[in-house]
Every structure is written in structure tokens, then in C-alpha cells.
Design a protein around this ligand. Structure first.
Ligand SMILES: [Zn+2]
Length: 271
């Protein structure tokens, strides 16, 4: 599940493969960029902001008045970038999912099933990511600001508020479910009734940070198959803490997993 940590890892892979390289060819397989040719452009750096990927490029002087451009992409549920050595077979995903190929001498980057693929002046990046709350894995992570943004909507359920990237950027469904289990908070609890919002935010940041640099996402400390989560993806399996069957239900647009005993339903509001 591409969440903030996966996107951070992807940005690092692209940075290591391409930073400083001059592109020897590009092949966009999306209508809005079909005629774009980045041959001769230089890759400056690759960065992530929440779940958004920002590949920052420098255009050759002759190509454009604007020198610094950003190739933006979003992985959503199913997107991925892979870096291959020149000549290596592109085996990660089926070819029909390819949306862009960036060739250079040291590496070839292939983007599969990317969303929101767009090329824009780097100076205008904020138009795409400026609405995001503090980035859990960003160099400027600001826990107090994330808490402030969450607390501004006390009536929202905490399950939905944690997924709202305007509050804090990087939490997806897996971390949402796991954080709330570990805090003993029901996903349906209104934000205003969560006992320790700052502690919840701090835990989300620690869980994402712990999974930087590896592709297996674990919140339990175990990297063994079937042992990497407490509740996420474990419907009807026994709770690791109390043995009760884990439940799965829809909350807003996403499904949520929780233990009805460890995460008791919120008290109904008093009339
Ligand atoms: Zn339980």
C-alpha cells in the first residue's frame, strides 16, 4: 500500500538512480504529455511531499525560458516507479501499465500506473502540494501544526481525519488502522474526544519513520509474512492483544479494520 513511507522510499530510489544524470530519452504514454521530450534535460533531485513525488529537472538553456521544472506523480493505490540498469529487463510490472520511461546513461526509470502525471515549473509546485498538512517524513515535520489542523475539526471521525492529507501528509489506510489500534481508539471517535491527539500524531510519525528504507511495512516489529500488522488486512483473525475477531467495515470512502474490544466505540454524545 503506497503510503508516505513508500513514496519516501521511491523518491530516494529515483534520486540515487538519476540525480545529476542527463536524460538521453523520454517516452510519455499519457495523452497530456504525449509530445513532451525531455532528452537533454538534467535530473536535479527527487523528493516526496506526503504521497506526492516530485522529480525536479533542469531544462537545457535552449529549450525553455523556465529552467527548473518538476515532473509530478502520485502513486495512489497502485502506482510505482522502478529504476533499472541499462539493458536490464523491465520485469516489475506488465508493459501496458507503463506511463513514462526516462532514460539516462546510469539508469532507466520506468513509471507504472502513475496518477496526476504533470510537468510544471518548480516555482509552481505549491499549486499541487501547497494544501498539504505537515509531511510526516519531511525535513520540516511540524507535529504541533498537525495537531492544530486535526483539532480544528473536532466533529470529524479520527479515522477520516488521519487520512485527510490537509491535516497531515503521509498517513494512508494501513497506518491509520494500526495507529488507532495501538492507541486503543475507535476509528469512529470524534477528533474532539480523542484523549491524546499529540500522542496519536507522534505515534503515526514514528511508525512511518520506522519503515523508511525498506519495502515491507510493519507496525509490529515482525517482518514475517502475516505478522506485520495488528489489525490491517486481518478481518476475522484473532486480535493479537485480546483474541477477539478483528472487524472490517466501511468508514467514509475507505474500509477500516479494528478490534471492538481494544478500541471501544465512542460514548454517544450527551443530549
Ligand atoms: Zn483486541
Amino acid at each position: 500500500m503506497p503510503e508516505g513511507d513508500t513514496v519516501w522510499n521511491t523518491a530516494r530510489v529515483l534520486h540515487r538512480a538519476l540525480a545529476g544524470a542527463t536524460l538521453t530519452g523520454s517516452d510519455f504514454r499519457v495523452p497530456q504529455l504525449a509530445t513532451t521530450d525531455l532528452t537533454g534535460w538534467t535530473v536535479r533531485e527527487s523528493a516526496s511531499r506526503g504521497k506526492h513525488l516530485l522529480l525536479r529537472l533542469a531544462a537545457p538553456e535552449a529549450a525553455s525560458d523556465v529552467r527548473h521544472w518538476t515532473l509530478h506523480s502520485h502513486l495512489r493505490m497502485d502506482g510505482a516507479w522502478r529504476a533499472y540498469a541499462p539493458g536490464e529487463r523491465w520485469a516489475a510490472r506488465p508493459a501496458h501499465l507503463i506511463r513514462v520511461v526516462l532514460r539516462s546513461t546510469p539508469a532507466v526509470a520506468v513509471g507504472y500506473h502513475l496518477h496526476e502525471l504533470a510537468l510544471l515549473p518548480t516555482a509552481e509546485e505549491e499549486s499541487l502540494v501547497g494544501h498539504l498538512g505537515p509531511d510526516l517524513l519531511g525535513p520540516d515535520w511540524d507535529a504541533a501544526e498537525a495537531v492544530r489542523r486535526l483539532a480544528a475539526h473536532p466533529e470529524s471521525t479520527i479515522g477520516e481525519a488521519l487520512l485527510d492529507q490537509r491535516n497531515l501528509a503521509g498517513v494512508g489506510n494501513l497506518y491509520k488502522c494500526e495507529v488507532l489500534f495501538l492507541r486503543g481508539v475507535s476509528p469512529w471517535t470524534p477528533v474532539g474526544a480523542v484523549p491524546d491527539l499529540a500522542g496519536t500524531v507522534a505515534l503515526a510519525q514514528r511508525l512511518l519513520a520506522a519503515n523508511r528504507g525498506r519495502w515491507t511495512q510493519s507496525t509490529t516489529g515482525s517482518l514475517h509474512r502475516g505478522g506485520t500488522s495488528y489489525v490491517y488486512g486481518r478481518r476475522a483473525q484473532p486480535c493479537r492483544r485480546c483474541g477477539t475477531a478483528i472487524r472490517k467495515e466501511e468508514l467514509g470512502e475507505r474500509v477500516t479494520y479494528w478490534c471492538p474490544v481494544c478500541q471501544p466505540a465512542p460514548e454517544p454524545a450527551q443530549p
